[in-house]
Write a protein that binds this ligand. Sequence first.
Ligand code: DGY
Length: 326
Amino acid sequence: ISMATQNRPKVYVTRRVPEIGLQILSPHCEISQWQSDDPVARHELLKNVSGKDALFCLLTDKIDKEVLEQAGPSLRVIGTMSVGYEHIDLEECKRRNISVGFTPDVLTNATAELTVALLLATSRRLKEGIQAVADGSWGTWKPSWLCGSGLDGSTVGIVGLGRIGLAVAKRLSPFGVSKFLYYGRTEKETAKDIGAEFVSFDSLLEKSDFVLGCCSLTEDNKELFNKTAFQKMKKTAVFINTSRGGLVNQTDLYAALSTGQIAAAGLDVTSPEPLPIDNPLLTLHNCVILPHIGSATEKARSAMSEVTAKNILSFLKGQDMPSKLI
Ligand code: DGY
């Protein structure tokens, strides 16, 4: 693809994104952009992707066969401003010889930090405490009021010891966690860094005080956390999910939380997003729900925009992408 000014590659950007990404692309590309903080409507996406060489998209954009078809043969590269990629039909991209870049690493620390925040918020019952202060039910200091389990001496089970799972464990160690267990497709060399033990899914559920969903969502692990899984967990266990809502059967989670099958849950992701305000999970005092803000630091979001733009530009220049998925 020629980078000459008169024939610059066309990039469609599906949202307002941190400026750095546009600064990287604009000297070399002709950019058109959906000028909103809200997702581009499907029909707008289909219309605007047509004839583009590159697509800068987000996790809210479903990039399926229809979009690729509509884009036409000029589309050679997609950069998603996310580490997750279940919104992109990779098989279809492969078939069409379209390369895809994503943004691992740059959001690991931010997401790991928020995961720790959820462990603390749930195990130390922050939601109930904040509520009690606000509604006047904070009485005198009471020895057994709002006592939680805390992290000291606990066993933490991580489902998916990838970049984020490992970063979470490293941050949790200083809190006095006594044992890390993990489960996933393969054993990880990096587990040695934190002395984590590879166990079966069932064993992880049975032994952990905290069960953490840190894996990516695939066809195989949809609703992995369901009734059967919650039944195997300790009654005192806390379930945390900062990866994708699709990992959880939310009806089963509600049942587990409301009947005391497990003690609490902390979720940064739900299905759907946003979670409708009449969802029963929102009525529970032992369920902390955040609006998918794992990577929401200025630093991480800016780096995500930067890496996405660099992925696209590198490809267009015939160079290796900094973070290539396919
Ligand atoms: C991702 O990148 O996939 C996260 O869900 C949002 O940062």
